[in-house]
Ligand binder design. Structure first.
Ligand code: HEM
Length: 253
């Protein structure tokens, strides 16, 4: 018989809730900004970052399972991979929403507690770097796309043929759509982060030593560049086939 497990124990709630330690609330701030309001703002800032890291953990685990499906290419695994890609898209939307809520951080309070961050910066997030390696950018394929390409080639196909076949390619078509869904979700997060940063810092540099907003704008590249190029060819193909709009929609006359 299994022992009774409580909600508190199962989720390790006590440990989890002991992990938010604002400098301004603990007096480690050397007397600067030690007001209840500043500590509340710092608490909000910490929770936004910690939950972001938690969701990144789930996103990386889900994408690893998708890579696993590309190594077997079993139909059932690929169907699950489609679901996982859409789940990751949903989580990226959640992360974007979190950034929008963080825009409600009091900028005066932020200016008070920011000194305690030292050189700590989101740019040091190991999970975020892992996600970037998986997704790639406009000019470099990530490990996720490479695994997909190889899996498809092992079954005798190519990604170009899947894109060309569109819905006729079934699950593989949905995988292409799922990858782009994730890629656009990631870009949405990056753009949201630029908006938040510009609202909080204006033209000031980042704690990580970058120029701030200008640096982040340069880094906001679109993942799955190869897939986007292949889809772009659809326009040439359709133009070359001479299909007219009249041919697409049956006339009711
Ligand atoms: C007040 C809120 C925030 C500000 C002002 C801010 C500012 C910045 C700045 C200026 C950078 C560039 C590197 C540097 O010089 O520090 C950066 C990078 C980054 N931040 Fe934030 N950030 C905020 C919130 C967040 C949150 C909630 C997350 C989620 C974990 C996050 C994750 C990241 C990541 C992953 C990078 C690296 C981005 C890349 O290389 O493209 N940031 N942030």
């Amino acid at each position: 018989m299994t022992a009774e497990v409580s909600y508190q124990d199962y989720l390790r709630v006590d440990e989890l809730l002991a992990l938010q330690r604002p400098f301004t609330a603990h007096g480690d701030g050397g007397g600067v900004g030690e007001t209840g309001h500043t500590a509340l703002s710092e608490h909000f800032f910490i929770i936004c970052h910690q939950t972001c890291e938690l969701w990144l953990k789930q996103i990386l685990a889900d994408l690893s399972a998708v890579v696993g499906a590309f190594s077997t290419m079993r139909p059932a695994d690929l169907e699950r991979a489609v679901d996982l890609l859409y789940r990751v898209g949903g989580l990226l939307r959640l992360l974007h929403e979190q950034l929008v809520v963080l825009e409600q951080l009091d900028v005066e309070d932020f200016a008070q507690f920011r000194q305690f961050l030292g050189s700590a910066s989101g740019a040091q997030s190991a999970q975020f770097h892992e996600l970037e390696r998986m997704l790639g950018n406009a000019s470099r394929s990530g490990t996720l796309y490479t695994a997909f390409e190889r899996g498809v080639e092992r079954t005798g196909g190519t990604v170009a043929k899947i894109v060309e076949a569109g819905a006729e390619a079934g699950t593989e078509h949905r995988l292409v759509e799922g990858l782009l869904h994730v890629g656009n979700g990631f870009l949405r997060w990056k753009v949201g982060h630029v908006g938040l940063t510009s609202r909080m810092l204006g033209g000031s540099p980042g704690t990580g030593g970058s120029s701030g907003v200008a640096y982040l704008v340069d880094r906001a590249s679109l993942p799955f560049g190869e897939l986007r190029r292949l889809r772009g060819r659809t326009h040439e193909r359709v133009a070359a086939s001479g299909v007219t709009a009249e041919g697409d929609i049956p006339s009711t006359d």
